[in-house]
Structures are given as structure tokens and as C-alpha cells.
Ligand binder design. Sequence first.
Ligand code: GDP
Ligand code: MG
Length: 177
Amino acid sequence: GIIDEEQYDYLFKIVLIGESGVGKSNMLSRFTKNEFNLESKATIGVEFATKCITSNNKTIKAQIWDTAGQERFRAITSSYYKGAMGALLVFDISKKQTFENLDRWLNEVRAFTKPEVCIILVGNKSDLAYMREVPTDEALKYAVQQKIPYFETSALAATNVEKVFEELLVGIARVND
Ligand code: GDP
Ligand code: MG
């Protein structure tokens, strides 16, 4: 239904993290505007976008932060993480290297956020099944080790994108109730 953007019960900051090119900005535009862009515009980044969802008769306003490409230079600063209550940690299922760097991202997000931060592991580009380099069970095993949920998405095909954002926001609401 129609939601008044100014009427909400919760406001949660969440951050998108993961290697450059995995599809973070397109996940954000898919979720907030139902848009997808085939060209990578790594240098043009919005600071954040907002979107409201409802759950249990409560309106949750998400303030979703995206990088402006600074992850390419390993230069994400503490201000990016400041006040974040959740993170989508994204890799590309068709690029093994983006999976191999997950430890570094997890360490960073855990270092700069509160202990109760909610993190979801996201294997994006599930539409590229024929190019898959990271088997689902391998990603799932890593997620279980790290005690975080795992989902596969496609920002291109609009598969599971809403679902991961909603899972994260509802998870944050539960933890902070
Ligand atoms: P970011 O650097 O993590 O923000 O990644 P971008 O959102 O800029 O996406 C990088 C490239 O991957 C772009 O060319 C996108 O069109 C493409 N891309 C993003 N998501 C998907 C997806 O789900 N499937 C496919 N096939 N390509 C995607
Ligand atoms: Mg980006």
C-alpha cells in the first residue's frame, strides 16, 4: 500500500559491503527504484537511499548506504559503518575471488559496528549459473561457520533482492526489540 515516508516506527541504517563489481549498487537500485543498469558506474555513487517496508504492523524505514567505489582502493572509512545496524555482505557467484575476500569484509564490519549487528551473506548474479565459480554448498558452509544467513540473488532478474533486504530489516527489528 501507500506509505507516508515520514511515518515510521523504526529507522535502521544498513550498509552494502563487498568487492567492487559484485552488484551492490544494482541491488540498491533494484530494491529502492526497481531499476537495473548493465553498465558499471563505479564512480557515481549515492551516499544512501531510503525505503520503507512494513512488518508486524510496524513500518521500518531503511537508510541504505552504498559505496562510491572506494572499496576498490580498500578505503572504506569508519564513518561509512557508523551507526549501522545491519550489513549485506555481497559477493559474485561467478567470481571466486570475491568470495575469497569475505573474511576481510567480515572483520571490517565487525570492527566498526556494535556486537549485535545483523549480517547477511549474499551471493549475487545467480542468473549467471553457467559461469558459477562458487558452489552454493560452499557458500552455505562458510555462512554456517560465521553464523550468518545465506541467500542467492540476482539484481538483473530481480530474484530475492527484496527478500534479503526484508530479512535483514526484520532481523534488526527482532534483535533491537
Ligand atoms: P558494485 O561495484 O558492487 O556496486 O557493482 P555494480 O552494481 O556497479 O555492478 C557491477 C556490474 O555487474 C554491472 O555491469 C552490473 O550491470 C552487473 N550486475 C550487477 N548485478 C548483477 C546481476 O544480478 N546479474 C548480472 N548478470 N550482472 C549484474
Ligand atoms: Mg557500486
